[in-house]
Design a protein around this ligand. Structure first.
Ligand SMILES: [Zn+2]
Length: 451
């Protein structure tokens, strides 16, 4: 029996039994033994287990995917193999994504990485040693951020409305700057520190770490804007796809969705409790018992510090403080993420189905930026959102820390222009939100009336 991924012979003439495998470019690998040596940590590699297209992760998280293919060659398994957890073919995209050597993504990536390394060289660093994840200063600021957030939470329990405002803003920023960045293993070069900060920030964020990893890191980032596979779309509250289940109430989604947006973090926490119980969104390899326990521990601790303690200690005033906290966190966080993909021009899923499409170019077209460029405003939104304002860059380089995004972004925009697909971008967050409103309205006019 191969529990824990160990390859053993079940019987002299029987099949080789493996707990789970990584399917990359159609070949099977047993990366369990390699996972402890993975520079991005064991956890990052586990996200791709049992996925039918592990090459998505290899290509998007590594500056040079060919080096990785060479490194993992010795872990390839062939012959008569029996998988305890089979490859999850239901995660296969209906688009035939490619990573051609002379394709758009690979060529752009090479130039963009060189641009970042070239800049580092100018600062007298060895180019090959350039740290593409967060550096010590960013990690220190993130730890300080969590400490201040914890102190403000205690002051909120004491009844301070000023502390409730601070907690709301700091939580919103914590989700984007710490939880989201750590979920992509790009916060720190130290995988253990990265994981510790992921779990700590999730307690304040109010979502379950394992659900986020499957829903966002695997499904949303691999199959962006794909109906059914991409779960970051808030269905059935709203709809954006022609092929989705449209109901009559969706005609007014561009109006009724706003009160929901400003309470989204609360809905998020409670829905994750249900998802964890039902083990839905389990992803490819499913949840381990410890992961389910970690999800419950994070969610229940979050609910205790965010809802129970203020109301228990302050009564009705506590309810008011909870509402301030929820409104501000949801607004600061929500208004950054709703404009990332649901903007006119990003919905190219239907027209791409059944075709060969460069994966990177699909990601670039199906994402949208706001407040790009240089100057104080661009810097502020890059820092506040942890790079979510440069969403195109984030989808093309999810494993690189957002401090490098402005440099990468110049190359991305140039290559998109050359390919005849200029980046979808809004100058400000206000224009991005206006464009999102118009997109929701257009979707319901186009699709809902056909029902
Ligand atoms: Zn992400």
């Amino acid at each position: 029996m191969g529990a824990g991924g160990k390859q053993t012979q079940a019987a002299p003439a029987g099949p080789q039994v493996i707990e789970q495998a990584w399917q990359i470019n159609g070949k099977l690998y047993d990366l369990e033994k390699f996972s402890h040596m993975h520079p991005g940590g064991k956890r990052a590699i586990e996200n791709a287990a049992c996925h039918p297209n592990g090459e998505y992760f290899v290509e998007s998280y590594h500056p040079d995917a060919d080096v990785v293919y060479d490194q993992i060659e010795k872990y390839e398994v062939s012959g008569d193999v029996k998988l305890v957890k089979p490859i999850a073919d239901e995660f296969k995209s209906q688009i035939d994504y490619t990573f051609e050597k002379d394709g758009w993504y690979r060529k752009m990536k090479k130039v963009a990485i060189q641009a970042v390394r070239g800049k580092a060289k100018n600062r007298n660093q060895k180019p090959k040693k350039t740290n593409l994840r967060g550096d010590d200063i960013y990690v220190a600021v993130d730890i300080l951020h969590l400490c201040v957030l914890a102190m403000c939470t205690l002051l909120l329990w004491a009844g301070s409305w000023k502390a409730a405002i601070a907690v709301g803003v700091l939580r919103g920023a914590c989700i984007m700057r710490i939880a989201h960045v750590a979920s992509h293993s790009s916060l720190s070069v130290n995988p253990d520190l990265n994981m510790a900060l992921y779990y700590a920030s999730m307690i304040f964020a109010g979502t379950a770490p394992e659900i986020w990893s499957r829903k966002h890191v695997v499904r949303h980032h691999v199959n962006t804007n794909e109906d059914v596979l991409d779960e970051d779309r808030m269905e059935p509250i709203k709809c954006i796809f022609k092929g989705a289940d449209w109901f009559d109430y969706h005609k007014n989604q561009h109006i009724y969705v706003w009160p929901f947006y400003v309470h989204v973090v609360m809905a998020w926490s409670f829905s994750d409790l249900i998802l964890n119980a039902s083990r839905a969104t389990a992803g490819c390899a499913g949840y381990k018992p410890m992961q389910i326990a970690a999800n419950y521990a994070t969610l229940l601790t979050h609910m205790l510090i965010t809802y129970v303690m203020p109301i228990y200690l302050c009564g009705w005033w506590g309810v008011f403080l909870v509402e301030i906290n929820t409104l501000l966190t949801s607004t600061v966080f929500g208004f950054e993420f709703i404009v990332n993909h649901e903007i006119e021009g990003c919905d190219i899923y239907e027209e791409s189905k059944g075709k060969k499409v460069d994966w990177g170019l699909y990601q670039a077209i199906s994402s949208a930026d706001f407040h790009p460029g240089e100057g104080a405003g661009a810097w502020f939104f890059n820092q506040l959102t942890g790079g979510l304002n440069l969403q195109i860059c984030h989808h093309l380089f999810p494993g690189i820390h957002y401090r490098h995004y402005p440099e990468l972004n110049k190359v991305i925009y140039e290559h998109m222009e050359k390919a005849g697909h200029p980046a979808t971008r809004s100058d400000t967050v206000v224009s991005a939100v206006t464009n999102h409103y118009q997109f929701l309205k257009n979707c319901s006019e186009k699709y809902c009336k056909q029902e």
